[in-house]
Write a protein that binds this ligand. Structure first.
Ligand SMILES: [Zn+2]
Length: 309
């Protein structure tokens, strides 16, 4: 332990990736047989309209064997890729640019739903089911309200850049003030591409240096790295009443589920009955008293990519 602490950051980073590669080479075979990954391959085959979907196509979609960030993104936010065929999905698990995001969003059939003065825009099928849930809730005297205005629904690539920045730079400053992050390291990562920022956060968080707003849990459970949010797919909706069991029951009934651990307001439109979810490689986990449907990417846990928080 002492020796590890004394090692320079460069060497620690190298060790991190060597360990990552070694663990993957051991478990990679299992991941290929993973029910979730298999289902996503089938789903994307139909999405891409090709009869043959090869492993290299999946690598292009998400390089889970070579990129710790891609593996983490698929594990945290990948439930959306098991959605019904009634909705469109992108052929990448993380948009690299605003142009790539716009290209995907521009070919979607969307609809808006008005909540007071707040307009929520989502894929047509998602809105259709959301409005049925809203009607059913109101018949029971309950309401479903968007959290934080219209970004509760559709987001642009730049929205995801801004929201990431609002958490990332703040936590970076706090940890630097507390002496847990070296000032020179902080300066370097501040200017780095988002992908590198997210990879550094993964390593800091594996040492207990968490980047969420209150610094108590992983940043990945409160905000996705730029380009990785389900809100870019127009299939996510943040609900103020996400903690209300009756609201959850109603949303679940219409194909909307909580799929990001500890992000209670966040619902994802999967568009299939709950009994169908395990067959799509999702598993129900309970965190802090709430349950979430997440990808059952078991072997990824072994990578220590998933902090306890
Ligand atoms: Zn959300």
């Amino acid at each position: 332990m002492v020796i590890i602490i004394l090692l320079s950051h460069a060497i620690r980073n190298r060790i991190f990736f060597v360990v990552f590669a070694l663990v993957w080479s051991t478990i990679g075979g299992h991941a290929q047989e993973n029910a979730f990954v298999d289902f996503v391959k089938e789903r994307l085959k139909r999405e891409s309209g090709t009869t043959q979907y090869r492993d290299k196509d999946f690598d292009q979609f998400c390089s889970i064997k070579t990129s710790p960030l891609h593996a983490r993104v698929l594990f945290e936010y990948g439930a959306v890729f098991s959605a019904s065929q009634e909705v469109r999905l992108p052929l990448t698990c993380i948009f690299e640019t605003a142009a790539q995001t716009n290209q995907f969003q521009s070919r979607l059939r969307t609809r808006t739903l008005l909540f007071g003065t707040v307009e929520i825009e989502l894929q047509e099928e998602a809105v259709k089911h959301l409005s049925l849930a809203v009607e059913e809730a109101s018949r029971s005297g309950l309401s479903i309200t968007p959290l934080d205005g219209s970004i509760a629904g559709r987001r642009s690539y730049y929205d995801t850049v801004r929201i990431w920045g609002s958490r990332f730079y703040r936590a970076l400053d706090r940890w630097t003030e507390r002496g847990r992050i070296d000032a020179a390291d902080a300066d370097q990562v501040r200017m780095a591409p988002f992908r590198e920022q997210a990879e550094r956060v993964m390593r800091w968080e594996s040492d207990g240096v968490y980047f969420s707003t209150d610094l108590s849990k992983s940043i990945f459970h409160s905000v996705a790295p730029p380009g990785a949010s389900q809100h870019l797919h127009l299939l996510a909706f943040d609900v103020m009443e996400g903690g209300n069991p009756e609201i959850r029951r109603i949303l679940n009934k219409y194909g909307w589920y909580q799929t990001i651990r500890t992000d209670q307001p966040h619902f994802t439109f999967l568009g299939v009955p709950e009994t169908e979810l395990p067959r799509r490689g999702l598993q129900n986990v309970t965190v802090r008293g709430s349950s979430y449907w997440v990808p059952a990417v078991g072997p990824l846990r072994a990578l220590a990519l998933e902090p306890q928080n």
